[in-house]
Design a protein around this ligand. Structure first.
Ligand code: FE
Length: 228
């Protein structure tokens, strides 16, 4: 898997957004005629849909740093996150949104809690560029009891939180990653996507597209938000 293929897909997605925006209803109808419609949304072909609001959970802290690389040397499988923020009402990219992520490490621990109270690993903020894209260098998350694998995200525009959600991973990829160290030290994760009560409440629309890059992964998603 390479960056070239990813960027071609990204270009197609933004071109689709522009066309739909310019053509209005006619464009939408054309999309449905092409067999995309609700099936397209379900399959992930149409990505400009409102991302589901999901709980921020108990581990949010409001002092995350603006930085791309949030790993702080923690062990784990490298994960590049490419999060594109678009306006869900017209599919246009939103520039200069502050995208925030936080998640647990390979051992299932969050920074800023318990024994790690003074740590801030795997937390950070990036601004979107003109294409609505924010990029993070992080690690494939581990798991903790009662939850499927996830990354928390929050999008701020002009000081307002416009989206709070969670990002998810295909089970087949998680299974492959967890066979390797350091994840293999905790072999019996207790909750997969299908059994996770938060995932089941719309989480399928927040599934990352995962691409392998050597031993690392690139996770991409377009997040549709309401602007105000
Ligand atoms: Fe969590």
């Amino acid at each position: 898997m390479d960056e070239k293929r990813l960027s071609r897909r990204a270009s197609l997605a933004s071109l689709g957004g522009l066309v739909a925006g310019a053509a209005g209803l006619a464009g939408l109808r054309a999309t449905e005629d092409a067999g995309a419609g609700p099936a397209g949304v379900a399959s992930g072909l149409i990505s400009c849909v409102l991302a589901p609001e999901q709980t921020e959970g108990p581990f949010y802290v409001d002092d995350a740093a603006v930085r791309r690389n949030v790993t702080e040397g923690r062990p784990g499988t490298p994960l590049t996150l490419r999060l594109t923020v678009v306006n869900a009402s017209n599919c246009k990219p939103i520039r200069n949104a502050a995208v925030e992520i936080w998640h647990c490490d390979a051992g299932g621990a969050y920074s800023a809690t318990g024994a790690e109270a003074d740590e801030r690993f795997l937390r950070g903020i990036q601004r979107t560029d003109a294409k609505g894209l924010a990029i993070f260098r992080t690690l494939y998350p581990g798991w903790y009891r009662g939850r499927t694998v996830h990354i928390h995200t929050m999008v701020h525009i002009g000081g307002n939180v416009v989206h709070t959600g969670q990002l998810y991973f295909p089970e087949s990829v998680t299974d492959a990653v967890y066979k390797r160290t350091p994840y293999s030290a905790r072999p019996n994760r207790d909750t997969r996507n299908a059994a996770d009560s938060i995932y089941r409440n719309g989480g399928r629309r927040s599934m990352l597209k995962l691409a392998r890059s050597g031993t690392a992964y690139i996770g991409s998603i377009t997040v549709g938000v309401q602007r105000s």
